[in-house]
Design a protein around this ligand. Structure first.
Ligand code: IMP
Ligand code: MG
Length: 188
């Protein structure tokens, strides 16, 4: 999709273009390949937001990795978290003794990943690291170490490349700041 597309009219600005994202994802894939040499990690995609990032990232990793999918409760039609994390879809396999990499679209308050990390470590994972496309460290409330990120961003609500507002905009090729008129209009 190019920037003339109708969906782009709801963006205030473009934060990262598809070319910048591609380069960052490629570098991250190479880094993970080096860090996990000789291992076969389980890469866990946190649905739905991480799906686009996940599909691109795994194809930049030269390892005999396995893929799994999990889903947590979403924000719904809001730009702020409810503060409560619920597991909507669990893993299909045991992770006991395995090296796990959780792949997220964005770490905001950190509550989602803090909850998932504790849950999965409790199941006996040998190691667990977090890879995220975007990190908003200024918003953190839960203690959480992000092991890999592509970009650190300021406190703005962003969409595209898998990230949504009310389930829309995931199909934008770039990451952009959503124009506030979209959510004030819908909240009226
Ligand atoms: P946390 O639990 O507050 O860290 O929230 C993480 C989840 O909130 C992410 O997986 C996203 O689905 C959602 N989220 C947080 N910030 C944004 C944003 O700026 N745009 C879209 N989704 C977001
Ligand atoms: Mg979301």
């Amino acid at each position: 999709m190019n920037k003339e597309a109708k969906l782009y009219q709801d963006l205030e600005s473009i934060l990262y273009t598809q070319e910048q994202i591609k380069e960052a994802v490629c570098k991250l894939g190479q880094r993970i390949t080096r860090d996990y040499e000789g291992k076969n990690p389980i890469m866990v995609c946190i649905l739905k937001g991480a799906s686009v990032f996940f599909c691109d990232l795994i194809r930049e990793i030269d390892l005999p990795l396995e893929t799994e999918f999990m889903a947590t409760s979403s924000y719904g039609a809001s730009t702020v978290t409810s503060g409560e994390v619920r597991l909507m879809k669990d893993l299909d396999c045991s992770i006991h003794g395995r090296d796990v990499i959780l792949v997220e679209d964005i770490v905001d308050t950190g509550m989602t990943l803090n909850y998932l990390k504790q849950t999965l470590m409790g199941r006996g994972a040998a190691s667990l690291r977090i890879a995220t496309l975007l990190d908003k460290p200024s918003r953190r409330v839960a203690p959480l170490t992000v092991d890999y990120n592509c970009f650190e961003i300021p406190d703005a609500f962003v969409v595209g490349y898998g990230l949504d507002y009310n389930e829309r905009y995931r199909n934008l090729s770039d990451v952009g700041v959503l124009s506030p008129r979209v959510y004030t209009r819908e909240g009226e």
